[in-house]
Design a protein around this ligand. Structure first.
Ligand SMILES: *Cc1c(COP(=O)(O)O)cnc(C)c1O
Length: 413
């Protein structure tokens, strides 16, 4: 395949090769990224991309579906078994369409939800004004407490009682603590709202038993499949049986046309991998690594929002280090450590020049790194942040990072 691509389109082939080298040679700390396995990538790159199959297994609009139906049924069964769900829809193109489909299934345009604000760790698709979710629906948004960085459940309850939302949404992109799904469910019940949990970031932790499952509490659970779950880029919706019809209809025909069958197959493969003991160990190692990294960074005087982490990520407010998030992220990248600048709750700088960085352990844990490597990493981060303009230091650490990456080869290559 590589050689056909080189013959056909050397310009793109070369860029893929360069990106391959980059993904091998740097420490990838963006918490939403990972390394999919070779088996997942084989399914993603398969001939299944050639087939159209609008509809659902057994009820398609075009002929020739015997293999596609079987693949989709396997993916659905594995999703239900892995997460303990009554129903699964495996067709959403990604996390964002999965969320929008859920809103269309449970609300009418103009209805309101209560959800987490983007600057406090929530996601764009949770009703932020410039998005489709915020255009079609009204969102009243909660955040974290300034005192301890934890979700302000009193505020959730107050917003819910005041606005009587159709849905309460929880789940986040930059929240380092375990979310109390039972508390959310109780509030949802009090006001007659449905509870939707977007577990995009933590799905792999939930699958591996390293984070409590939202399934016993939520009416609907949405997720991406490519973050901690380590599958292809895609989405999943899990729900109770009584919502199956509404959810399925909202995905197709409301939101989407033909499902991406190559992705469905790769999701099935990833779900099989995620059901293994090896994956359970991986999920726990992600959290163990994050805790080690967090406490070493705190020893170096870094200000971690909420004072640490329970999951795969940490959010660092760099205000006390006298460096802006983007400057820090750029300096780290020069040394082969790739993360992203991120707003912190109550950020005094603007969203385009935020005060923090967000780092996570899913990808480096997929390489097999453990405690010793986390300690080295924390020390490197500290050195760079102290001297962000020291080119010689950056080059020295860059070489050490590359040596470490060679010792822990990226899986799937
Ligand atoms: C990543 C993410 C999404 C969106 O997923 P895409 O696949 O990028 O559309 C939705 N919700 C949360 C909480 C996320 O972190």
């Amino acid at each position: 395949m590589q050689s056909s691509l080189w013959n056909e389109d050397p310009e793109i082939a070369e860029l893929i090769d360069k990106e391959t080298a980059r993904q091998q040679d740097v420490l990838r700390l963006i918490p939403s990224e990972n390394y999919a396995s070779k088996a997942v990538m084989e399914a993603t790159g398969s001939i299944l991309t050639n087939k159209y199959s609008e509809g659902y297994a057994g009820k398609r609009y075009y002929n020739g579906q015997e293999n596609i139906d079987a693949i989709e049924r396997i993916a659905i069964k594995r999703a239900k078994d892995l997460f303990g769900a009554e129903h699964a829809n495996v067709q959403p193109y990604s996390g964002s369409p999965a969320n929008l489909a859920t809103y269309f299934a449970l609300m009418k345009p103009g209805d309101c939800m209560v959800s987490m604000a983007l600057p406090h760790g929530g996601h764009l698709t949770h009703g932020w004004p410039i998005t489709a979710s915020g255009t079609f629906f009204k969102s009243y948004q909660y955040g974290v407490r300034e005192s301890d960085g934890r979700i302000d459940m009193d505020q959730v309850e107050q917003l819910a009682k005041e606005h009587h939302p159709k849905i309460i949404v929880c789940g986040a992109s930059a929240y380092p603590r375990i979310i109390d799904f039972a508390a959310f469910k109780q509030i949802a019940d009090e006001v007659g709202a449905k509870l939707m949990v977007d577990m995009a970031h933590i799905a792999g932790l939930v699958a591996g038993g390293a984070h409590p499952s939202p399934l016993p509490y939520a009416d609907v659970v949405t997720t991406t499949t490519h973050k901690t779950l380590r599958g292809p880029r895609g989405g999943l919706i899990l729900c109770r049986k009584d919502l199956k019809k509404d959810i399925d209809r909202a995905v197709f025909p409301c939101m989407q046309g033909g499902p991406h069958n190559h992705t469905t197959a790769a999701i099935a493969v990833a779900l099989k991998e995620a059901a293994t003991d090896e994956f359970k160990a991986y999920a726990h190692q992600i959290v163990d690594n994050a805790k080690v990294l967090a406490s070493r960074l705190m020893e170096h005087g870094f200000n971690l929002i909420s004072g640490g982490t329970d999951n795969h990520l940490m959010l660092i407010d760099l205000t006390n280090k006298d460096i802006a998030g983007k400057v820090a992220a750029t300096a780290l990248e020069r040394a082969g450590i790739v993360c992203n600048a991120n707003s912190v709750p109550f950020d005094k700088r603007g969203p385009f020049d935020p005060s923090g960085i967000r780092i996570g352990t899913p990808a480096i844990t997929s390489r097999g790194m453990g405690k010793d490597e986390m300690l080295r990493l924390a020390d490197w981060i500290d050195q760079i942040i102290q001297k962000p303009e020291d080119e010689a230091l950056a080059q020295k650490i860059r070489a050490d990072v590359k040596a470490l990456c060679t010792a822990f080869p990226a899986p799937g290559f």
